[in-house]
Design a protein around this ligand. Structure first.
Ligand SMILES: [Zn+2]
Length: 123
C-alpha cells in the first residue's frame, strides 16, 4: 500500500548518505587538526585561551561526528526498510509517516506523533 517510489527514495537516501560520508570526512580531518594543534600547544599552561578554545571545538566536533555516524546508520537502516517494503511506516504505531516529514527526514522511522511523544530521539 506504499505510494513511495523506491527508486526515488533510494536516490534520496544515497544522496544523503554521500553528503553524510563527506561531512564525516571533513569533521574527522578537522578533528585531527585540532588534536594536533592541542598536542603542539604548550601543555604547561592550562589556562591558555587558545587551548581551551580548541578543547571546546574538539568537543563540538566529537559530538557532530557522533551524530553523523548515527545518521549514517539510520540511512542504512532506511535503505533496508525500502527493500523490505516497510519504508514510510511508523515503527511504533504502524501508521504511514507523512510525506512532508519524509521529505525533510528521509530516514525517519517514526510518525510525527510518535516522534513528538517520544524521547529525545529525533528520527
Ligand atoms: Zn507512530
Amino acid at each position: 500500500m506504499t505510494t513511495h517510489d523506491p527508486d526515488r527514495i533510494h536516490d534520496t537516501l544515497h544522496r544523503e548518505r554521500s553528503e553524510t560520508v563527506s561531512l564525516i570526512d571533513q569533521l574527522s580531518a578537522r578533528l585531527d587538526a585540532v588534536i594536533e594543534a592541542t598536542a603542539d600547544s604548550s601543555s604547561d599552561d592550562e589556562h591558555d585561551p587558545e587551548g581551551s578554545t580548541l578543547a571546546v571545538e574538539r568537543g563540538h566536533l566529537v559530538a557532530q561526528l557522533e551524530r553523523s555516524r548515527v545518521r549514517l546508520d539510520e540511512l542504512d537502516a532506511a535503505s533496508i526498510r525500502v527493500t523490505a517494503g516497510t519504508y514510510g511506516q511508523c515503527e511504533n504505531c504502524g501508521s504511514p509517516i507523512a510525506e512532508a516529514r519524509l521529505e525533510a527526514l528521509p530516514a525517519a522511522r517514526l510518525c510525527i506523533d510518535c516522534a513528538s511523544r517520544g524521547s529525545a530521539r529525533r528520527w
